[in-house]
Design a protein around this ligand. Sequence first.
Ligand code: SAM
Ligand code: SF4
Length: 365
Amino acid sequence: MSNNQTATAAATADYIPPYPPLVDTHGRTFDYMRVAVTEKCNLRCTYCMPEEGVDFMGKDTLLTTDEFLRIIKAVAQMGIRKVRFTGGEPLVRKDIVRMVEETAATPGIKIIKMTTNALLLPRYVHRLKEAGLTGLNISLDTLNEEKFLRITRRKGLKETLDAIDEAVEVGIPSVKINLVAMRGFNDDELLDFCEYTKDHPVTVRFIEFMPFDYEQMWETGGNFLSAEQMCNMIKEAYPNIEDSSGTRTEHHMFKIPGYAGKVGVIPAFTRSLCVNCSRIRLTSDGNIRNCLYSDKEFGLRDMIREGCSDEDIMEKFREAFQQKAKDGFIAKKESEEKPVDISALTKKGDDSTLHVRKSMTQIGG
Ligand code: SAM
Ligand code: SF4
């Protein structure tokens, strides 16, 4: 264990959050925050961003490192114990190691993970491990070089595979591969990814495609592959496959007997796991989203810049979560029926949320 991890363990041992937990009106308690630290990215996955990028926000609109850390410290006081850094691509931020290190030193935070495309990972992986990172979810949708170029619009399959191996070698405690399953693109590779777990001690997770692609590939239809269909494909190919346990949102987890890793299927679109939701989301410009499928946001940045207290930050989260819909279908319907009044959320001259976020890179996948 590194010095920093020892310090972290000491900081969080027996920590009792001084404020009541964050709850909603449907009996759920929230202990996990996903932090989108940037909208920028070094790839252009077709199901996420257009080639030219999205309408990126200006620097002053985005939270600073200290502002992110301030929010993390505030929410830890009401029982948030897990933080995931995502984006955009979190590794394009030069302060990412400091962000992980200071989060690890925050009393109450026990788990720090990151979702990344891994292209910049070799540059940081040792320092991230030292800083206290406990898990990496690495996005990889294909094992075929030409398809990698087609889906990400960039080269980098070998670099990604090497980075996954390096993350395992360095000893990041949990390494997972996230694959967005798309009919006609990678449905013929699901079993190749299952075979990948034979010699690699990682969890490969097949994720349902969601309608957060800027170019609305979703609308043109035909790409969707359901969790149920994926589970059936896997079970048919491996009749002896064993059920395994996963996290609260990893409902379908499997282990092929004798294989080093695991396989999971995530019903991200069919939303069958909303009842177990424990997530809060923070956008890179400092807005709280109480559900991936809700467009309604609650702004923290201006409050912080005007000198609010930690209690005020916690109160804003409570306000947001009192309004959380029972599930993602209801959240989506509410957003469609009552579009967000953006002007009420933003200050004059502010370019944040001037459009409803359409891409996962803007929401934080
Ligand atoms: N850049 C990092 C990465 O790709 O891992 C982190 C941000 S990315 C937006 C987070 C996750 O969202 C990735 O695993 C990505 O595959 C997933 N994602 C993006 N657009 C999606 C969509 N339309 N449907 C399902 N998942 C999507
Ligand atoms: Fe970038 Fe991740 Fe979106 Fe791909 S999925 S464009 S890697 S943010």
